[in-house]
Design a protein around this ligand. Structure first.
Ligand code: ATP
Ligand code: MG
Length: 256
């Protein structure tokens, strides 16, 4: 049975998609069976996995609205060696169209039940909002991975996310927990990065992942080649860090 993780942070541009795509590729390199679900109408995870979002006949949108089965919608990331449940801008409509549907928060969870035993990990890339789409991700998941930049405003907004996770845990999904905070785009030369990083460790203890993802331009370049950074330049510091994070996650699920 797959362990299901949301990569979530309602802040924009903090490295959610880069984390979801590269963790998926890193886990695949560690021989894990992975499905990456793109829950963001921007479709960045889809593109980052090397899938052209513009030419898709069906996406996660049809799955959420009950018009198609995951098995017929999922595609393979040839570059990353994992499966993808893709998304494009069509998904933006789901936000409104799901409101009147039965079990609107659990549409993704229910849809995933039929394929969960085919994978070791299912990773869900969430949009930058605490929306009904993100809620579907949180209801489907066993845990949340929160990427954070070690900057002055990093903690701002974190309490909103933590409160949302607590509410979902109390009302909709007792399984849900915060797996950890992942420090991303880390620049060790910046004193501020060091300070914020130390603060995170102090406040959140073992909820902070050991792996730190450095700022690395190869990770930013990779999507334009339709490849996860882990596959685009495996020797780069960014790729190595995401493979190490994959190993940390493999270790982590042993005690779940
Ligand atoms: P959104 O909220 O829009 O979905 P996001 O949280 O998914 O954004 P990303 O798209 O992963 O964030 O990253 C934002 C930008 O930062 C991208 O241009 C990405 O290439 C770049 N980036 C992410 N991680 C790194 C890194 N470790 N080193 C260098 N650049 C990075
Ligand atoms: Mg994103």
């Amino acid at each position: 049975m797959a362990k299901i993780f949301c990569v979530a942070n309602q802040k924009g541009g903090v490295g959610k998609t880069t984390t979801a795509v590269n963790l998926a590729a890193g886990l695949a390199q560690l021989n894990q069976r992975v499905l990456l679900a793109d829950l963001d109408p921007q479709g960045n995870a889809t593109m980052g996995a090397g899938i052209n979002k513009a030419t898709l006949k069906e996406t996660i949108y049809e799955v959420l609205l009950g018009m198609s089965d995951i098995k017929s919608v999922r595609v393979v990331s040839e570059t990353g060696n994992f499966d993808v449940l893709p998304a494009n801008r069509e998904l933006a409509g789901a936000e409104v169209e799901m409101v009147d549907l039965e079990n609107r928060e659990k549409r993704l969870k229910n849809a995933m039940a039929s394929i969960a035993d085919e994978y070791d990990f299912i990773l869900i890339d969430c949009p930058p909002a605490l929306s009904l789409l993100t809620l579907n991700g949180l209801c489907a998941a066993n845990g949340v991975i929160i990427p954070m930049q070690c900057e002055y405003y990093a903690l701002e907004g974190l309490s909103d996310l933590v409160n949302t996770i607590k509410k979902v845990h109390a009302n909709l999904n007792t399984d849900l927990k915060i797996i950890g905070l992942l420090r991303v785009m880390f620049d060790p030369r910046m004193t501020l990065s060091q300070q914020v990083s130390a603060e995170l460790e102090q406040h959140f203890g073992d909820k902070v992942f050991k792996t730190v993802i450095p700022r690395n331009v190869r990770l930013a370049e990779a999507p334009s080649y339709g490849m996860p950074g882990v596959c685009f330049d495996p020797a780069s510091k960014g790729a190595q860090a995401y493979i190490a994070f994959g190993a940390e996650m493999v270790e982590r699920i042993k005690s779940m």
